[in-house]
Design a protein around this ligand. Structure first.
Ligand SMILES: [Zn+2]
Length: 161
């Protein structure tokens, strides 16, 4: 160790539980190396007309696409502060503490219309503990102890369980 914090790779999955890897893990090297994947989709041909000799001219166009992989590198401190749950990769088993979060997620997402008296004092994401909510024709104004946000009628708010 030379004093620099070890970095781990955090992969978010669709089910809400992120997976932590060491940066040397073989399963995520394409991300660490920031690999670029070319998808060779062959060629398509477009008829553009006839040339002066009367021959048909065909334009050849590649159908390739590009995927760019990029690793999300975090320190242990950043990992523990991650708002969602994580688990260790079973291949590289990184030496990191258990996720302090339980369940699928500590963060609850809901419509502002569903805010009730029981939500006051809860920590809302971005504005702190809920203080007030007002409704107007434009939507909702949600006031927390450290700020306020405007949410349209069809929008969402998030708070910590
Ligand atoms: Zn791994």
């Amino acid at each position: 160790m030379n004093g620099e914090a070890t970095l781990y790779v955090l992969n978010e999955k669709g089910d809400g539980v992120a997976v932590v890897h060491t940066s040397a893990c073989g399963t995520i090297q394409h991300q660490v190396q920031q690999a670029v994947k070319w998808e060779d989709g062959g060629y398509s041909y477009e008829y553009v007309g006839k040339n002066d000799d009367g021959d048909s001219v065909i334009l050849e166009k590649p159908n390739s696409s590009v995927t760019h992989y990029e690793a999300l590198l975090v320190t242990v401190d950043e990992l523990v502060a991650w708002p969602r749950r994580y688990r260790r990769c079973q291949v590289c088993s990184p030496n990191v503490p258990d996720s302090p979060r339980t369940g699928r997620s500590d963060i609850v997402r809901m419509r502002p219309q569903s805010i009730g008296i029981r939500h006051f004092g809860r920590e809302f994401i971005g504005i702190g503990p809920l203080v007030a909510i007002t409704m107007s024709a434009d939507g909702f104004q949600i006031q927390g102890e450290s700020g306020s946000i405007s949410i349209p009628h069809d929008g969402y708010v998030e708070y910590r369980r």
